[in-house]
Every structure is written in structure tokens, then in C-alpha cells.
Write a protein that binds this ligand. Structure first.
Ligand code: NAP
Length: 312
């Protein structure tokens, strides 16, 4: 069968698009390869999304569950599959899944998200959300008055490190070279900040602790020397933020004709891509602020644009 609309990805952008598409009475299929929520399904606590419940501890998972439930009420069909190829140029778009199944629709919203490049240290998964974070805007508040480490040396790492100094007692950037990649103007601000410190030529080798992150082992990439950094005993924990660049989830789009910009799908605030009938929503889209609130906004806009496109 040919759907009106296929939404690929059931993170906040895809789920919001599903709600709006349902309200527009579009015959919609949402395809997700794993669990709903994308990156937020791994976020322990969320506090900056407007309207969150305060009577229960809101996690990324609980917020996602409510979004998923809301999508169900609007009647979108769901399927679990990993889309591996996209034929988008014709009026009827054809998507093929890892399962071998093919899916057809007259419009497609690409909402597959992005993922942070992992820090690559031992125990990284164990302490993700328990001291290791990839989002200062989301998590800085949890590290008030503590010692915080930032891995990376690009614009994001240094800008976020400066932001973290407003919360943390001390912020130490761990960078694999002896020069930052960040823009000179950002570097100047960083070097002038008394709360910001640097460990050069080093990477995080291991994250340590029992329940929460309370220490790091760092490795000097030139000498191979290992150094252990422990939390102040009175604190019991430290923070480690990874800003090693993001990787958009564009696998499978290589031969689709979709235009990319810096690896992300090139689409402005209308979410329209270079291919008619194809829209990009959420973190996969080239944009500046990647947050749940901007992802759901994209999802709503993309469904609106898809409805207008389908209505001719
Ligand atoms: P990025 O520029 O790719 O920087 C990534 C940083 O992580 C680099 O310092 C890199 O080290 C380091 N790194 C990468 N892989 C690593 C590994 N496996 N182990 C240790 N270190 C590793 O990423 P970004 O900072 O997220 O920025 C992405 C894009 O957004 C850039 O074009 C940036 O200019 C832009 N941006 C702009 C602004 C702004 O203009 N205000 C703010 C944020 C981002 P090396 O330096 O040694 O390669």
C-alpha cells in the first residue's frame, strides 16, 4: 500500500510529526529501528522541556512514553525496521528496510536524529547519565559546585566548557592535542576564564566509580603516561562532558539525492529538503540548537509542510 506519509525515526521530532500528521488525518506510517525517544531515551533526567511534570521524576524515557502514547491516540501505524535505502526522487517514495520489506509513501519526513561521538573510554556506557553527559544545556545544573571535565577541543567543547563554569567549581578541558580547534575568539574567552583549566595531549582512558562517576584515568597520548583524577571526597562525584563532534544518522541516504551540509540534511526552518515531498526534522537537520523543544517544533512544521504538499 502507498501511505500519505512515512516518518523515519521515532525520537521527539518523529513523534511530534506523528501527532500532527494524525490531526491532519494523513494515512501515516512511523518506522523506528530501536526504541522510541532516540537520544532522550538515554537521558536520566530532563528539566528544560516546557510543561514537564514535577510530581514525578521525569526521565527521557517517561517523557518519550507519554509522547508515544499520544501518537497512538492519533492513529499512526508503527513498524520496527531499520531503513537501509531510500528512493526519493519519484512522486511515490520507496524505502527499503533491513528486514527486506519495502514501504511506499507520497511524502517522507526524515527524523533519524544524530548521535554524539562517544568519548571512547572504559566504562563510558556504565556512567552515561550518572556523571557522563553530552549536553551541558540539559545537565549543567546537576553539577553545581562540583569539579567538571570536558573532553574535546572544538567550538562546542570550549563554548560549553565556558558555560559550565557558571555552575561548576572548576572546569578542566582534556584535549588530545596541545592546541585547540575552537575559533580564536572562543579560545580568548576561555583562556581569560579563571575557572577554566586545560590538560593537553591527553584523552580519557577510563571512567571510575561505583554508582556515580567519581574519578577518571587520563592518558597522555605522547608519553602513554596514565594519571588518575579523583573527586574531592566531600563531593563524591565529578562530571565528564563529551564534545567530540556529532554524527548525523544519515546512513542509507548516500545515493538518495538528498543534499547534505556538513553531514546534516540541508533544510531551513521550513524543513523542506532539495527533493519535493521530503522533509527533514530534528537533529538530522542542519541547525544550531539541538534540543527536544526544537526537535518537536521541527516535527510539527514538517507534518504541516507535508500536509500542504500532499494537498497540492
Ligand atoms: P568538531 O569541530 O568536530 O570538534 C571535535 C573536537 O573533538 C576536536 O577538538 C577533536 O580533536 C576532538 N575529537 C574528535 N574525535 C576525538 C577522539 N576520538 N578523541 C579525542 N578527541 C576527539 O566538533 P564541534 O565542536 O561539535 O563542532 C561541530 C561544528 O559546529 C564545527 O563546524 C563548529 O565550528 C560548529 N560550531 C560552531 C559554534 C559557533 O560558531 N559558535 C559552536 C559550536 C559548534 P582535534 O581538534 O584534535 O581534531
Amino acid at each position: 500500500m502507498t501511505y500519505d506519509l512515512i516518518i523515519v525515526g521515532a525520537g521527539p521530532a518523529g513523534l511530534a510529526a506523528g501527532i500532527y500528521a494524525g490531526r491532519y488525518m494523513l494515512n501515516t506510517l512511523i518506522i523506528e529501528k530501536a526504541q522510541d525517544g532516540g537520544q532522550i531515551s538515554q537521558t536520566a533526567e530532563i528539566e528544560n522541556y516546557p510543561g514537564l511534570r514535577t510530581d514525578v521524576e521525569e526521565s527521557g524515557l517517561s517523557l518519550t512514553e507519554r509522547m508515544t502514547e499520544q501518537v497512538k491516540r492519533f492513529g499512526a501505524e508503527r513498524v520496527l525496521d531499520d531503513i537501509v535505502s531510500y528512493e526519493l526522487s519519484s512522486d511515490v517514495k520507496k524505502l527499503t528496510g533491513l528486514s527486506g520489506r519495502t514501504y511506499e509513501a507520497r511524502a517522507v519526513i526524515l527524523a533519524m536524529g544524530a548521535h554524539y561521538r562517544s568519548i571512547g573510554c572504559k566504562n563510558e556506557d556504565k556512567f552515561r547519565g550518572m556523571g557522563i553527559s553530552f549536553c551541558a544545556t540539559c545537565d549543567a545544573n546537576f553539577f553545581r559546585g562540583l569539579d567538571v571535565y570536558v573532553a574535546g577541543g572544538g567550538d562546542s567543547a570550549i563554548e560549553e566548557a565556558i558555560y559550565l563554569t557558571k555552575f561548576a567549581r572548576k572546569v578542566t578541558v582534556i584535549h588530545r592535542r596541545d592546541q585547540l580547534r575552537a575559533a580564536k575568539s572562543i579560545q580568548e574567552k576561555a583562556f581569560a576564564n579563571d575557572k577554566l583549566h586545560f590538560i593537553w595531549d591527553s584523552v580519557v582512558d577510563e571512567a571510575c566509580g561505583t554508582d556515580v562517576l567519581s574519578g577518571l584515568v587520563i592518558r597522555n597520548v605522547k608519553t602513554g603516561e596514565l594519571t588518575r583524577l579523583d573527586a574531592d571526597p566531600a563531593d563524591g562525584m565529578i562530571g565528564l562532558f563529551g564534545f567530540l563532534g556529532m554524527i548525523p544518522n544519515t546512513e542509507g541516504l548516500e545515493d538518495s539525492g538528498i543534499e547534505l551540509a556538513d553531514g546534516y540534511i540541508a533544510a531551513d526552518e521550513t524543513t523542506r529538503t532539495n527533493i519535493t515531498g521530503v522533509f527533514a526534522a530534528g537533529d538530522i537537520r542542519k541547525k544550531e540548537l539541538r534540543q527536544v523543544v526544537t526537535a518537536v517544533s521541527d516535527g510539527a512544521v514538517a507534518a504541516f509542510q507535508a500536509e500542504r504538499y500532499l494537498a497540492g
